[in-house]
Write a protein that binds this ligand. Sequence first.
Ligand code: RNT
Ligand code: ZN
Length: 409
Amino acid sequence: MERYQSAKQIYKQYGVDTEKALKELKNITISIHCWQGDDVVGFDSRQAASGGIQTTGNYPGKATTPEELMADFDKVLELCPGKKKLNLHASYAIMEKPVGRNKIEPKHYAKWVEYAKKRKIGLDFNPTFFSHPMVKDGLTLSSPDKEVRDYWIEHGKRCLKIAEYFAKELKQPCYVNFWMPDGFKDFPADRIGPRLRMKESLDKIFKTKYDKKLVIPTLESKVFGIGVEAYTVVSAEFCLAYAMKNGITPLVDNGHYHPTEMVSDKISSLLTFSDKMMLHVTRPMRWDSDHVISFDDETREMMKEVVRCGVDKVSLATDYFDASINRISAWVTGVRNLQKALLYALLEPNKDMKKLQDNNDFTSLQVKHEELKTLPLGDVWNEFLQREKVEQDYLSVVKKYEKEVLSKR
Ligand code: RNT
Ligand code: ZN
């Protein structure tokens, strides 16, 4: 408390109101991915992740049933401050008799709705176009085989309906992210064919009747994946052009670009033309490795852009999967780092700094940028945790849970 009071004064000298920042942070929703808990396996076909994504490590104690995943996610909710949503993949359907992904219905997710209602959180959703036998030669919606395309078109349509069910039940909009792994390992002979088929399939999916206020589809691009090094159908250009032309929200995953490209620089470009966008925040290391989000330069820079452009314009979701460490710790560390980066951004005197830029005073701007880096962010962060009644020392809580629950699995 004392430390917070002193931090408050220090920030005030820079023209920053910490109380305002804390209030804003509290209201920013983080859509937390369900798939950190079980290495992206899910409950329907129970295959290891494929389609260019890979989880490495075999730390003991992973969730293998819906009950275990729910219990683990409860720990995450307990240890993460602020507003949260659970982001589910279609492969996490809970069904007595397994049905194909082209047959899924709201009832297969009723238990998740019940779960979310009890915890007063919303749900987001993702069709699962990977880790499944109907992915033929790496292709789904862009396959030359009509049967394959139709299967996945039906899956996409049903996911929009399920999202509508989530939104209605939980009385808040549901984002539905479309990411298709379609691509080739080596140089293709025909690049435009699969893209035209992808477009046609997406058109068919989005023709489904759904409440556009409640269901917000997003489209995610990717530059390459393991086994799809040469070509991905939904490249950045394909994704943006499709999204802009069809009123779909673009989703940018910061692991999906060449390592020297900065997603922090893409946000404002997109928001020049789109009212909304969504981010998948992750930490790529040399490739789309999906390491746990760190409180690093690029995460801070991205969050600065989110704050500067407007937190209402960018929806935030997490997307990483590390199986080499305690999965709950991984989950919480990543979410907290994202929120910490947001707080860092909210504690910048943005208006003053913008003025310096517009007045061409780049000398002062640089000095300010550097000074801000060592202001007492940690004290404001700890105040946030305290107000949110969240344990500062989450590691001890995680270790206890590991000893009592995870190690017995
Ligand atoms: C894969 C994409 C995608 C997935 C999830 C599981 O590279 O980032 O968002 O991580 O759908
Ligand atoms: Zn992603």
